[in-house]
Design a protein around this ligand. Structure first.
Ligand SMILES: Nc1ncnc2c1ncn2[C@@H]1O[C@H](COP(=O)(O)OP(=O)(O)OP(=O)(O)O)[C@@H](O)[C@H]1O
Ligand SMILES: [Cu+]
Ligand SMILES: [Mg+2]
Length: 821
């Protein structure tokens, strides 16, 4: 069983619920791990994944257990981080103190509500809640249940709220940075001028430096120390530990030297101070975080843009009148009017009028699609011209567009294997670094290089080793890649497939509906007996009426086109991969391929030539036998997709093998394969054998991407290493696939492979920078090269390079946006 099959099975057995919680205050890979591990310890939690870029924890838990939000918050807070909690104050008219407690009670029981507080004096209700779990509207309608009137609240959008928190955090960071940098420049000014050293009293200077540095430490770097202290209580270490120990040790030493210099003078040492080291490091780290936050915000722009495309209001037609309503109030069955230039609010079926719809938000294809009554329209797509009414089918979370956004968001909560490895390393990294730094301090001190020298190496080692970039390496790349591909109409459901897609060396294409448009048409009718063409067609179409096979549909359609009157088939049965059989009028009619005819005991020798001629043209010959006698042959052909040939030659140029997999006869398949430049053809494969074929290919050493329609080909897709479902724009969720191409052409396969290899390359570069770079610099910072070359890494340089490495990693990830395909 493949990992995916196992996953599907797992999902079926115990129903797993998933919630998303926004977390604030995480800075690095070890923070992510700490939060993850802590959440995982909560009872009932099956899995917790934290994304540093979206700053969300996705918690999966068994549905028969309830997850207490308070426990989640407690668990997050206990290690020094916080859940982003939104607070809203709602004025409620006539809230008597008697009913107040009832309202308070029922609201506090809602999922996602953290606390409720009623102030009877001001008639205000204050609710703290987690915006990913409950909306202001939910709270509002709960209050209204008790008959209170809630005034119109400012349209509080969940996404928007997250922006506000992020912005507030950013502004806060900026304030701290500006404050620290001013004080730090004063400190450096003093250092450079040596003014006071020449003219002033040394202790006075130290006092001034103390006064300048202390606010930098505890206001500027306050967060690092708070998280450090919270971490100590749980014996957990992270980036903050390194920064706090590094800058704290220099600071503490200086404080002692300033206030009780006798401690040092008594053992014959000068009471030196290192205030500037601490201040500069803190300021540089703040600068790095500031730049990184800015770059990080850009990584998710594509996804944000996607969410912002959902319209807020719509025109509802009710009793002949047009009223403007909120989109969230629309229900299935409602009739909605859409005018030119408007976005279609939800999914539905046109009942009146015509439209020319730009579906690029879904498919990435900007050519408008013409729509008429009976056609499906998808919410959030743009009506360019024409105005129409449609009946609503899906609203809210059920719309295609919401499902797409959800899939994109889900993909951000998954980690590719390469990151799991990095996580493992990160979890042991910090304690190891602390040991190395301590060891280097002891060694240098014992070797007699002096206290200052030992201390500076100690600090430099701690700071340069900070793994903050490690936590950004993968998620930033994945967020950019997910956004970029969504823009092109590609949904990558998980990080693993992104990693595997990059290693694929064989792409297997299903034929019907994948290489071809899947709308086969009758091209020839050949008489092989006494019946007329129309009679051959009428009898076969009468049988195929009951078949759902595209070939059958083509025959029926053609018969209808010729206005033939079809009969009712009796005793219908179909044999997958062969054909169909039924009694029509007084005849026994069989319609199917050569195998089917042979199985019916019909001698087919004399038709071999005809079969060859048609097959070599890429047509599928379908025989019609009446009372076990072949009376005719219907040739059916499907159009090859316009971009098949080009895409396949580009895939081959990348060194990837390409194969065609079909139930159709070998010659027809071969002819089509030749037209598009495919060498490997697996034909006459019965539907249930397709997955065995994939298995076989995998065993022979291929890493197989299977491209199919996601519905008929589900078993074969499930077996492949990377399952790519094509053109299932409206079936987003049902498709068994890792990657969904929303557009009905096959270029997407090439794009997927290019995006994944680019992303994977960037992730590898990022991990290298974030990690090996640290590993190389740690020994240098610890002073290993000093005895041979005199090379050392000053603490200030160490903090520059650490800050630089996270900015570099994020900026590098942004390069995925620019990929050209
Ligand atoms: N309803 C039918 N009417 C006529 N022929 C049929 C029917 N069903 C199957 N066949 C015959 O069996 C063959 C194999 O069918 P199958 O559904 O396995 O593959 P396919 O649809 O032709 O191709 P692909 O595997 O690429 O989807 C068809 O090519 C056709 O010759
Ligand atoms: Cu760091
Ligand atoms: Mg088929």
């Amino acid at each position: 069983m493949s990992e995916r099959e196992r996953e599907i099975e797992k999902l079926n057995i115990t129903k797993v619920l998933k919630i998303e919680i926004p977390i604030v205050g995480m800075t690095c890979a070890s923070c992510v791990l700490k939060v993850q591990n802590n959440l995982q310890k909560l009872p009932g939690v099956k899995n917790a994944v934290v994304n540093l870029v979206t700053e969300k924890a996705t918690i999966e838990f068994e549905s028969d257990k309830t997850l207490n939000l308070k426990d989640v918050i407690k668990s997050v807070r206990s290690i020094g981080y916080d859940v982003a909690i939104q607070k809203i104050t709602i004025p409620i008219e006539g809230l008597a103190s008697a009913s107040a407690s009832i309202v308070e009670n029922s609201i506090s029981k809602l999922d996602g509500v953290v606390s409720v507080n009623i102030n009877p004096a001001t008639e205000n209700l204050t609710v703290e809640f987690v915006s990913t779990l409950i909306s202001v509207d939910n709270i509002k309608s709960e209050i209204e249940k008790f008959g209170f009137k809630v005034p119109h609240l400012a349209e509080e959008d969940v996404e928007l709220y997250e922006e506000i928190i992020k912005k507030r955090e950013y502004e806060d960071l900026k304030k701290r940075f500006i404050f620290s940098s001013i004080l730090t420049s004063l400190i450096l000014l003093d250092m450079l001028s040596h003014f006071f050293h020449h003219f002033g009293d040394r202790t006075v200077v130290n006092y001034i430096l103390f006064l300048l540095t202390t606010p930098v430490m505890f206001y500027g770097g306050g967060k690092f120390f708070r998280s450090f202290l919270a971490g100590i209580r749980h014996l957990s270490v992270d980036m903050n530990t390194l920064i706090a120990i590094g800058t704290g040790s220099a600071y503490l030493y200086s404080v002692v030297a300033t206030f009780i210099p006798s401690v040092f003078t008594s053992i014959g040492r000068t009471p030196d101070v290192y205030y500037e080291t601490s201040a500069v490091i803190i300021t540089l780290i703040l600068l790095g975080r500031l730049l990184e936050t800015r770059a990080r915000a850009q990584t998710a722009t594509a996804i944000k843009k996607l969410s912002s495309l959902q319209p807020k209001t719509a025109t509802l037609v009710k009793d002949g009148e047009e009223i403007t309503v909120q989109v969230k109030d629309i229900k299935p069955g409602d009739i909605v009017l859409v005018k030119p230039g408007e976005r279609i609010p939800v999914d539905g079926v046109i009942i009146e009028g015509y439209a020319s719809v730009d579906e690029s938000v879904i498919t990435g294809e900007s050519m408008p699609v013409e729509k008429k009554p009976g056609d499906i329209v998808i919410g959030s797509t743009l009506n360019k011209a024409g105005s129409f009414k449609f009946r609503v089918t899906n609203v809210g979370k059920d719309t295609v567009f919401s499902k797409i956004i959800q899939l994109v968001k889900d993909s951000l909560a998954s980690k590719p294997p390469i990151q799991k490895l990095a996580d493992k390393v990160a979890s042991v990294f910090v304690p190891i670094v602390i040991s190395i730094a301590t060891l280097s301090f002891i060694v240098w001190y014992l070797l007699g290089y002096g206290f200052t020298f030992a201390l500076m190496n100690f600090i430099a080692t701690l700071i340069v080793a900070c793994p903050c970039a490690l936590g950004l390496a993968t998620p930033t790349a994945i967020v950019v890649a997910a956004g970029k591909s969504a823009e092109m109409g590609i949904l990558i459901k998980n990080g693993t497939s992104l990693e595997v897609a990059n290693k694929v060396n064989l792409v297997v294409f299903d034929k019907t509906g994948t290489i071809t448009y899947g709308k086969p048409e009758v091209t020839d009718i050949i008489k092989l007996g006494n019946l007329t063409e129309d009679e051959i067609l009428r009898l076969s179409a009468s049988v195929e009426r009951n078949s759902e096979h595209p070939l059958g549909e083509a025959i029926v359609r053609y018969a209808r086109l010729r206005n033939l009157k079809l009969s009712e088939p009796k005793n219908f049965f179909s044999i997958p991969g062969q054909g169909v059989f039924a009694n029509v009028d007084s005849f026994e009619v069989a319609v199917g391929n050569l195998t089917f005819m042979l199985n019916l005991g019909i001698d087919m020798k004399k038709f071999e030539n005809t079969i060859d001629i048609l097959s070599n043209e890429g047509k599928t010959p379908v025989f019609v036998a009446v009372d076990r006698k072949v009376v005719g042959l219907i040739a059916i052909a499907d159009t090859i997709k316009y971009d098949a040939k080009e895409t396949i030659s580009k895939l081959k140029k990348l060194g990837i093998d390409v194969a065609l997999l079909t139930g159709d006869n070998y010659k027809t398949a071969r002819a089509i394969a030749n037209k598009i430049g495919v060498d490997k053809v697996f034909a006459e494969v019965l539907p249930e054998q397709k997955s065995e074929k994939i298995d076989e290919l995998k065993k022979s050493g291929y890493i197989v991407a299977m491209v199919g329609d996601g519905i008929n080909d589900a078993p074969a897709l499930a077996k492949s290493d990377v399952a790519i479902a094509i053109g299932s724009g409206t079936e987003v969720a049902s498709a068994t696939a890792d990657i969904i191409l929303l557009k009905d052409d096959i270029k997407g396969v090439l794009q997927v492979i290019k995006i994944s290899s680019k992303t994977y390359k960037i992730i590898k570069q990022n991990l290298f920078w974030a990690f090996f770079y640290n590993i190389i610099l740690i020994p240098i910072a610890a002073g290993i090269l000093y005895p041979f070359t005199g090379l050392l890494l000053k603490p200030v340089l160490a903090s520059l390079s650490m800050s630089f490495s996270s900015v570099l990693v994020v900026t590098n990830s942004l390069r995925i946006k620019k990929i050209k395909i």
